[in-house]
Ligand binder design. Structure first.
Ligand code: SF4
Length: 477
């Protein structure tokens, strides 16, 4: 239960959001100035400097912030409060305390699969073959969130299967937990007018739409007419001024088409606020190592995303190449974990090994289970954060952790041993290593190069409370 001080801090921070929301162009400069005046120098210094520069220089990041303030006014305030105040500023000190108290990783976000079902039948996707067999019930999801919020986790991300097969339940969950923010990876084909109205009403649901190619490649893989449905969903969201992003899995086959300025302009034109790029992972017996991007393609992606970041009003994350900003691997509950539709609690959506199932273990028990503790002890798996993964770039580490922890395979289709996985990833890891070493030496972002660890990791709990108390003093001055 929140203390009186926390309740007062939350109320004050929410007032700051209202003030900003009221006239963002006028109030953004003032609020940033106030924050810089009141926040101790050692609290988020790098991030604050970046924001201050972006606002002063009216850069592409400023344009992105202003795009957020053009969202539907009926839901904007709820979204900002759930994301900024509840999901981050208020949440962080609770997570920190729990980390210290329980001596294990405590996540910032939890990924969960509400269902293994999907309404499409994409070539090569396990969900089509697996069908409707597995679901987390409404009560299961509610219980996970209740346990998570006690530990300070207010960010929930749905994967699947196609989560929107359960869209009525997901909207109910949004209503039950207004202090949480819900992101959802989706094929978007079930987004319709009624769902947009639901999103406006609840204010804390944000889709991340899978888009990995043009009409021809999308329809060939997902079925005729799918691309048109995806575009229609984006148009509907844009017309209602609703927030959404894009999720893009890039492979050796599509790397050259997705890493283009034209593709990024298409996303922005459609109304996307963010794009998360996911490096292909050859997980599962049917997944071919031939789709792992080449070192040249990965280097190109590294440079492309960084170049676009300084000019485009789109928030991009490049999974596998952005480890320097988060201190390497974020799995095993360090910043996130994954719960599949059978309830298995896995360190990462790509790591199908577990010692705990949410149907017979608490979330905290899962965080303290042997494989999660191996992550906790082993992170970072490499001092070079361009090689963060215990499976992809450090392929011996996963087998060692699985063996030492006794974790079992949780793959929903066909079990795969760490050795079988290693056979696919080891050659790619060896090929990437020299390129990663050179890039790490020559190209690290100067803002972050001096901080070899997670920039927020060293922040003291008391500093976060000072930051949260800003609200009171801000209102008084
Ligand atoms: S286990 Fe690998 S894929 Fe998962 S978060 Fe860590 S580095 Fe990324």
């Amino acid at each position: 239960m929140a203390t009186l001080t926390q309740t007062a801090e939350r109320a004050a921070l929410n007032k700051l959001v209202d003030y900003l929301n009221d006239d963002p162009e006028k109030h953004l400069d003032q609020i940033m100035e106030l924050i810089n005046k009141l926040v101790p120098d050692n609290v988020f210094p790098v991030q604050r400097a970046a924001f201050t520069d972006a606002i002063k220089g009216r850069s592409n990041w400023y344009q992105l912030i202003m795009r957020v303030f053009q969202l539907n006014p009926q839901m904007r305030s709820k979204l900002l409060k759930a994301l900024i105040v509840d999901g981050n500023i208020m949440a962080w000190p609770v997570q920190e305390k729990a980390r210290e108290k329980y001596g294990c990783n405590i996540p910032w976000a939890i990924l969960l699969d509400p269902t293994s079902a999907c309404n499409l039948h994409c070539t090569g996707c396990w969900a089509a073959e697996y069908g409707h067999a597995l679901n987390l019930s409404l009560e299961d999801i509610d219980s996970i969130i209740n346990q998570g919020t006690k530990l300070g986790c207010h960010v929930y991300i749905y994967t699947g299967g196609e989560p929107l097969v359960r869209k009525h339940d997901l909207i109910k969950i949004c209503e039950m937990h207004p202090d949480c923010i819900f992101l959802c990876f989706t094929n978007a084909t079930l987004i319709d007018e009624a769902f947009c109205q639901d999103m406006i009403r609840v204010g804390n649901f944000v889709p991340a739409i899978s888009a990995e190619g043009n009409e021809h490649t999308t329809d060939a893989r997902r079925g005729k007419g799918t691309y048109a449905k995806i575009e229609r969903a984006m148009d509907l969201l844009r017309e209602h001024r609703l927030p959404f992003g894009i999720s893009c899995c890039w492979t050796r086959a599509n790397a050259d088409t997705v890493a283009t300025e034209e593709n990024m302009d298409w996303m922005i034109g459609k109304g996307a606020l963010f794009c998360w790029y996911f490096h292909f992972m050859p997980v599962g017996r049917a997944a071919s190592a031939d789709l792992i991007p080449t070192p040249a393609q990965r280097e190109h992606m590294y440079r492309f995303i960084r170049a676009m970041r300084s000019v485009k009003p789109l928030f991009t994350l490049d999974f596998q190449n952005d480890g320097e900003f988060v201190g390497g691997c974020i799995a095993g509950g360090r910043r996130y974990l994954h719960i599949n539709a059978a309830g298995d609690v896995e360190p990462c959506v790509f790591i199908h090994y577990s010692n705990a199932n949410i149907h017979d273990a608490s979330l905290l028990d899962a965080l303290r289970s042997p494989i999660f503790m191996k992550y906790h002890e082993g992170q970072p798996f490499n001092g070079n954060h361009l090689m963060p993964c215990p499976m992809l770039e450090n392929p011996d580490d996963l087998g060692r952790m699985v063996e030492a922890s006794g974790a079992h395979n949780t793959d929903l289709v066909e079990p795969e041993s760490p050795e079988q996985l290693r056979e696919k990833t080891a050659p790619a890891a060896a090929a990437w290593r020299p390129v990663a070493e050179k890039l790490w030496e020559d190209e690290r972002d100067p803002l972050y190069a001096k901080r070899h660890t997670d920039p927020t990791q060293g922040m003291a709990d008391s500093d976060m409370h000072k930051f949260a108390r800003l609200g009171h003093r801000g209102m008084e001055s």
